[in-house]
Design a protein around this ligand. Structure first.
Ligand code: SF4
Length: 130
């Protein structure tokens, strides 16, 4: 088992349904099923999806991942820890961007004030004041 993997949480956080119905867990991997012939829940939890996820966790990368132009290398240990953090994040403190896990910034008081006083919020304020 390799200890090198890809810094990629896409298969746990991202879903792409193409116009032809093909379902992918990132922009670079092969489809894991097609919504025209199978239920989406079954596709997402199916063998192909599990295989892609487990290959990343074990470092036994599929060709698409080993040649992936979009994600950096990382250790399997770090990826496993990030996946566990993401899946157990009941408070929704984390987000995934470009495959990487990051702690969401807390909005500052300054930003909250700017949002609250912006034109965009006026219709909402009007609704709340009724
Ligand atoms: S490493 Fe690349 S090919 Fe593999 S799941 Fe992530 S984005 Fe897709």
């Amino acid at each position: 088992m390799s200890t090198i993997s890809k810094a990629c949480l896409d298969p746990w956080s991202f879903l792409l349904i193409k116009a032809d119905g093909n379902v992918c867990l990132c922009c670079w991997s092969e489809p894991i099923g097609n919504v025209n012939s199978a239920d989406l829940d079954a596709i997402v939890s199916g063998l192909k999806a599990q295989h892609l996820r487990s290959s990343l966790l074990t470092g036994e990368l599929l060709k698409c991942c080993s040649q992936c132009p979009a994600r950096d290398d990382t250790t399997t240990e770090k990826l496993c820890a990030d996946v566990e953090t993401y899946l157990n994040d009941t408070k929704k403190l984390y987000a995934v961007s470009q495959g990487k896990l990051f702690l969401k910034p807390k909005p500052s008081k300054h930003w909250l004030k700017r949002i609250w006083t912006s034109k965009l919020v006026r219709p909402l304020k009007k609704m709340l004041s009724r």
